[in-house]
Design a protein around this ligand. Structure first.
Ligand code: 13P
Length: 340
């Protein structure tokens, strides 16, 4: 794929009114979400769940692409159509999580570094053969007492850039995801400071590794107070602080920004995205969603692993996709929450 082709794929991922469905939970993470609802963590249940998500009627109206996990890209719908082929037919671009997880960073208690560079060139070639056109790598930055360290930010930024360069070499669009975790009692100011430092480090490394800005999508967390912080910011404040931070630290050539939901409530994640898009005059990039929990949660709570609940669960997924699609254009209103 050439630079214009990478750019075209990246633009399609953040096309007007659409966002990305993250459904790339590793087996242990998927298992944790299932367990809370009493759903058994079996291969077949994971397949059935992913089939439910992908076969949701009219999903492609609001979802440009979906991120799969290694197990999922090899699975099929009940009638035997491989998931990536099924997505191709619906007009949903197949993407792949290609990191192998955040592991403890040696010498830095409480901090993580994401692994997965070894053999990545070969894995990317295999995924492309199966239909993947974009990839995702998630780095996590934890805010706490004396952390994050410069070493942690730097190690993660470097790995993100090496991953992104390998993706573009292979003709696949990298989603670069530096997540500043919402866990903790930190203030929005502290989140702003850490997000700024992280974005600076990430873009310095991306430039150093010659990553094409037009051929990548940034998947960041929003600038927001920690979940345990007594002073929770208003929706407008989250929107304004996030945009102000990104204008300073994200090059205008980046094809788009697709936020993660990161543990925000479903409604908040939608309202924050909407508030940014109602104030977005002059911003160089589309701002949209690449949510997992904030799209999937109501549907999973209704499905509960039962075939008879599939249609009702799909309606809930479609509902959240529609609301977030509206938020990506600044057209979401509270009342839409109740109009299914
Ligand atoms: P959440 O929206 O649940 O944060 O997940 C997004 C994601 O893909 C994390 O890597």
């Amino acid at each position: 794929m050439t630079a214009p082709e990478l750019h075209a794929t990246a633009k399609a991922m953040v096309a007007k009114g659409k966002g990305i469905l993250a459904m790339d939970e590793s087996n242990p993470t998927c298992g944790r979400r299932f367990k809370k609802l009493g759903i058994e963590n079996t291969v077949e249940n994971r397949r059935a769940w992913r089939e439910l998500l992908l076969t949701t009627p009219r999903l492609a109206e609001h979802v440009s692409g979906a991120i799969l996990y290694d197990e999922t890209i090899r699975q099929s719908t009940a009638d035997g159509t491989p998931f990536p082929q099924y997505m191709g037919k619906c007009g949903i671009i197949p993407g792949m999580k290609v990191d192998t997880g955040a592991k403890d960073l040696a010498g830095f208690p409480g901090e993580k570094v994401t692994e997965g560079l070894d053999g990545l060139r070969e894995r990317l070639a295999e995924y492309i053969g199966m239909g993947a056109r974009f990839a995702k790598w998630r780095a996590v930055i934890t805010i706490g007492n004396g952390i994050p360290s410069k070493a942690c930010i730097h190690a993660n930024a470097h790995a993100l850039a090496r991953y992104a360069a390998l993706c573009q070499e292979a003709g696949i669009v990298p989603i670069v995801e530096p997540e500043v975790l919402i866990d903790g009692d930190h203030t929005i100011d502290r989140c702003h400071e850490v997000t700024s430092e992280t974005l600076n480090a990430v873009f310095a490394e991306l430039k150093e590794q010659r990553v094409l800005m037009e051929g990548m999508v940034l998947k960041p967390s929003m600038v927001i107070a920690g979940l345990e912080c007594p002073q929770q910011a208003r929706v407008e404040e989250v929107a304004e602080r996030t945009m102000e931070c990104f204008v300073k630290h994200v090059p205008p050539q980046v094809a788009g920004i697709a936020f993660l939901s990161g543990g925000q409530s479903n409604e908040r994640a939608t309202a924050h995205l909407n508030a940014m898009n109602t104030r977005r005059q002059g911003l160089p990039w589309p701002l949209t969603f690449s949510y997992a929990r904030a799209l999937q949660q109501p549907a999973m709570e209704t499905w509960l692993g039962k075939r008879e609940n599939v249609a009702a669960a799909q309606k809930l997924l479609y509902h959240r996709a529609r609301l977030n699609g509206a938020a990506s254009m600044g057209q979401y209103r509270d009342a839409m929450e109740r109009a299914m």
